[in-house]
Design a binder for this molecule. Structure first.
Ligand code: ADP
Ligand code: MG
Length: 432
């Protein structure tokens, strides 16, 4: 076992306060939107129809979704923890605009570790004689916000002796991030167990009322920090996932909410009229959400997709090609984008991707500190994430909040990749 410090920037990075506030202001809207999509069977079915023909992982998730619906939902309390990520796109006149990169609806991480980064950067600023600047750093505690959501779901589940189960990876590289949230639950006298899919396969069971038991303990809430990429699953793990989804335990997220976070759904949301359909009577929320969208394009088979593919091949530096994957390091850019798209432009395989306008932030200088790496000054760009938490009981929203933020910064030579992928590091916004 090896313990390293989490990677971080030496200095906090400047973030335009207007955009920071805009990101917070739209978070409750995104919570409502994700929740609405998760309940809209037809929308998910229509939107993912082309994708599941070519993408086996999405297809398997979708099959579980359909199976659970056909059986009838045992779950009546719903908990969403998501993180909406943005970059600051530099327009032609130099004015930065808030543009969404994606929304993560499963295993959105770093809420724990980032609850400590403001203190680290405050200390650094003080050591540099910048105590006035240090005092301007905003407090930020997503661990508490996430835990409050989990605690609320646990309470509504309504069994004092039931536990919260974190579903975690075989090799737990980011355990301390999870422990921050876990400790907040213990502080509220809520028991937490940590299990892998394999443990669920071996020891999980449902009773007649579809209550979930692990080792004889009833589970009220299942919080996934695993299960978002194909390599998390073998046949047994898929069976374990199905068991969890069929249960009445509160899943964070349930499988429909995971599907709501796919890149294909993100792309379809940008079509005129879609947001209005999903959020009827909420014109202002729709406007706030749409303002954060970058250009997104479908590569589905047909005339529209043909045109888009040709457009990207002609000018690949303006776009990002994204498969239905999470966790960083999967997107294609520039010359590689052109080559791949040329190869698959006449094949249905292209529908497993979406195309997105490339966001171009203004770089800034910082130092990236990473265990065992030489310290060097880098030209960097940042990505701001806002954590959203909501709880729904039946049809009623009982909690809908923005629960804190995360700023991640990386050197510009890396087009892709987050903190877990070893590219980005933790940062703190310094509002300007
Ligand atoms: P993942 O699910 O793998 O995290 P993302 O959509 O977040 O996928 O993309 C991964 C990374 O690629 C982002 O953190 C960002 O650095 C970069 N990226 C994604 N989309 C864009 C874009 N439209 N413009 C510029 N960079 C992007
Ligand atoms: Mg991402």
């Amino acid at each position: 076992q090896v313990v390293n410090y989490a990677p971080f920037t030496l200095l906090p990075s400047a973030v335009p306060s207007v955009l920071f506030e805009q990101a917070y202001a739209v978070q409750q809207d995104f919570n409502l939107l994700v929740d609405a999509i998760s309940q809209n069977k037809e929308f998910l079915e229509d939107t993912l129809a082309s994708t599941i023909k070519v993408d086996d992982f999405t297809a398997r998730l979708f099959r579980i979704h359909m199976q659970v619906l056909e059986e009838g939902l045992a779950q009546s309390v719903f908990l969403g923890i998501n993180r909406s990520d943005y970059m600051f796109d530099c327009g032609v006149d130099g004015t930065p605009a808030l543009k969404q990169i994606e929304i993560n609806t499963i295993a959105a991480s770093f809420g724990g570790l980032t609850s400590r980064t403001a203190a680290v950067h405050g200390q650094v600023l003080k050591m540099l004689g910048k105590s006035k600047e240090a005092s301007r750093l905003l407090p930020n505690n997503p661990s508490k916000g996430l835990a409050l959501g989990i605690a609320k779901a646990w309470e509504l589940y309504g069994s004092q002796s039931a536990v919260v189960m974190f579903v975690v990876e075989e090799v737990q590289r980011n355990i301390f991030d999870q422990r921050c949230v876990e400790n907040e639950l213990w502080n509220r006298n809520i028991r937490v167990i940590r299990k892998r899919f394999r443990d669920v396969f071996e020891k999980g069971s449902l009773d007649d009322a579809k209550r979930l038991y692990m080792d004889g303990q009833e589970v009220a809430v299942v919080y996934y920090r695993e299960g978002y990429v194909p390599k998390n699953y073998d046949q047994q793990n898929w069976e374990a996932r199905l068991l969890l989804e069929r249960s009445r335990a509160v899943k964070c997220p349930d499988i429909a909410t995971q599907l709501a976070g796919t890149k294909k759904v993100q792309q379809e949301l940008s079509r005129p009229g879609t947001l209005e359909r999903l959020l009827p009577g909420r014109a202002e929320a729709v406007t706030r959400i749409r303002a954060t969208f970058a250009g997104l394009y479908s590569l589905d088979v047909g005339e529209e997709g043909d045109k888009i593919a040709a457009m990207a091949i002609a000018d690949p530096d303006q776009f990002v090609l994204k498969p239905q994957r999470e966790g960083g390091g999967n997107n294609l850019y520039g010359e590689e984008l052109r080559q791949v798209l040329e190869k698959i432009r006449d094949s249905p395989e292209r529908t497993s991707y979406i195309l997105m306008d490339k966001i171009k932030p203004q770089p800034a200088i910082n130092y990236l500190l990473r265990a065992h790496s030489p310290l060097q000054v880098s030209e960097c760009i940042s990505e701001l994430g806002i954590f959203g938490v909501y709880v729904r009981q039946g049809k009623e929203m009982v909690m809908n909040k923005a629960a804190g933020h995360l700023l991640r910064t990386k050197a510009i030579e890396h087009a892709d990749g987050g903190v877990a992928a070893g590219v980005a590091v933790l940062d703190t916004p310094y509002l300007v």
